[in-house]
Design a protein around this ligand. Structure first.
Ligand SMILES: Cc1ncc(COP(=O)(O)O)c(C=O)c1O
Length: 427
């Protein structure tokens, strides 16, 4: 078969149309968001609690719609996913001396949230799905382990049935990080609704957005109550704000992670756009995947449940890490904005090997908590850049391509053509 001359060698580009930025919801901000925000401004009441009775709080409306959307009993809006994770951990009773298992491929915030909750992160391998490796979770459980924090990374579900079985066996809490997979499912059930709590992000680079924002969901009334208590130390949420505690563990000092009515208003409009955004990303991703899946030398990222992938990206493996950089550069020359994922020389806070502050156990005060916590039983938890070699090896063989929902089918076909062209020469 004759190969086409690559753009990097002076041939014509495969993709000649402009590329969209990967701001799925952000790119769709329009009349619906303006209308919602103007309603709040016209009310002249921007706080979620104690509002004039004729106006239902936008944040409360969002929580009700969000809970219904994902099929959870309770949803609590907060100001970021980081704060959602900390809130969920604290509500679950995680604290000094506890170990929490987290994957080595996730945004650093998943790990930082564990430290903020005063617990010790134990960073484990991911497998070829690029989500947490359940066998490695099992190997890393100790008597101090209290929770697992699986991350539905880059749009796809973890092996959540096995994670939940393991959690039940060892009596561990599960806090799902759904920041990158809003709208995703596993066996038809929404991500974030399997564990004790699920946490979502509305930061600008996420699927739906208000610039910043987050949500915690749970089916457990007590956990919901404790999440409320932590996220709003002013106790505005309590039926009787100044009453004594109704049960042991209800009242404690929290923080202020409340969501503003302006954020709630934008998110109400964005939530209404979620299905169309996910539908667009899935259509585009499948259009490209269908045209490249049989190319020799390329292997699509395996998935725990292909139907549950929200389609934010397309990832595929080459058989040799050395091929990744030239392959990515050739694709970029074709007009396809693909990239490799792991390069030890390029900082990236999605990969544990770059989490210098954790590896070196940096803390804001010299006592060294949580790592020096006297409540921690057993061996000290240690870290090193090469402690999870499977994760680094896997990430060094993968190519990543964002899938904006705004792309046309013609854009997708040009991308697939570019990948086929490059693979014929460099795979
Ligand atoms: C997997 C994951 N978890 C948590 C977060 C933190 O989200 P936020 O910026 O809303 O705090 C992010 C954000 O990038 C993320 O990608």
């Amino acid at each position: 078969m004759q190969t086409e001359k690559l753009a990097i060698h002076g041939g014509p580009k495969a993709k000649t149309t402009p590329n969209y930025p990967m701001y799925p919801g952000g790119m769709e901000i329009g009349e619906e968001e303006k209308q919602q925000v103007l309603e709040v401004l016209d009310r002249k009441y921007l706080f979620r609690y104690y509002g004039p009775e004729q106006y239902p709080s936008k944040v409360r409306e969002l929580e009700i719609q969000f809970a219904a959307k994902v099929g959870a009993k309770y949803a609590l809006a907060v100001n970021s996913c980081t704060s959602a994770l900390i809130t969920a951990l604290v509500a679950c009773g995680i604290g000094p001396g506890d170990e929490v298992i987290v994957p080595g491929y996730t945004f650093f915030a998943s790990c930082a949230a564990i430290v903020a909750a005063k617990a010790i992160p134990v960073i484990v391998e991911v497998d070829e799905t690029l989500t947490i490796d359940v066998d490695d979770i099992e190997r890393k459980i100790t008597p101090a382990t209290k929770a697992i924090l699986p991350v539905h990374m880059r749009g796809v579900p973890c092996d959540i049935d096995r994670i939940m079985a393991l959690a039940h066996k060892h009596n561990l809490k599960v806090i799902e990080d759904v920041a990158q997979a809003m709208g995703g499912t596993y066996k038809g059930k929404s991500l974030g609704t399997f564990g004790d709590c699920g946490c979502y992000s509305f930061q600008y680079h996420k699927i739906i957005t208000a610039g910043e924002g987050g949500m915690v969901v749970t089916n457990d009334e007590r956990l919901y109550d404790r999440c409320m208590g932590y996220h709003d130390t002013a106790a505005c949420w309590r039926p009787d704000r100044f009453a004594g505690q109704r049960y042991e563990g209800e009242l404690f000092c929290g923080v202020n992670y409340r969501m503003s009515e302006l954020t709630g208003a934008v998110m109400l409009a964005q939530l209404g756009k979620l299905d169309a955004l996910v539908g667009g990303m899935r259509l585009n991703q499948q259009r490209i995947a269908g045209q490249i899946k049989d190319i020799p030398g390329i292997r699509l990222r395996p998935l725990n449940d292909a139907h549950g992938d929200v389609g934010v990206c397309l990832m595929f493996y080459l058989d040799d890490a050395q091929k990744v950089q030239p392959f990515a550069e050739a694709l970029q020359a074709e007009g396809v904005p693909a990239a490799g994922v792991f390069n030890s020389g390029i900082p990236d806070w999605h990969i544990y090997a770059h989490w210098k502050h954790v590896i070196e156990k940096k803390t804001p005060t010299p006592e060294g908590c949580p790592w020096s916590c006297p409540y921690h039983q057993g061996e000290p938890v240690e870290y090193s850049v090469d402690m999870n070699p499977q994760t680094l090896d896997t990430l060094s063989r993968v190519i990543h391509l964002d899938i904006p929902p705004q792309m046309s089918l013609e854009d997708c076909d040009m991308i697939a053509h570019g990948i086929r062209k490059v693979a014929a020469v460099l795979a």
